[in-house]
Design a protein around this ligand. Structure first.
Ligand SMILES: [Zn+2]
Length: 88
């Protein structure tokens, strides 16, 4: 979809990089995100980093693709945690 047309219906009516929101207590808004803890073994301050998720939406058929922000940074941190045996 980042190629400017829908892979399902080939429409060029694309809404790019639309933020995805979720609602918490008292309707507080949050951006949908992927989180990674810098120190997963910590009890309190885990150093939670977030990578916001945005969507590309087809304005014709409604097909939606999601992308995480800064995927290379996220993947490098994942590899570091994997080497440390802290994630699978
Ligand atoms: Zn479409």
């Amino acid at each position: 979809m980042k190629h400017k047309s829908c892979p399902k219906c080939e429409s060029a009516d694309i809404i790019p990089e639309w933020p995805l929101l979720e609602y918490g207590h008292l309707n507080q808004q949050f951006h949908l995100h992927v989180g990674i803890n810098e120190d997963p073994d910590a009890i309190l301050f885990k150093g939670h980093n977030i990578h916001v998720i945005t969507a590309w939406i087809c304005g014709n058929c409604g097909y939606l693709e999601q992308y995480v922000q800064d995927p290379k940074v996220l993947f490098e941190r994942y590899l570091q945690l994997k080497l440390q045996g802290k994630v699978k």
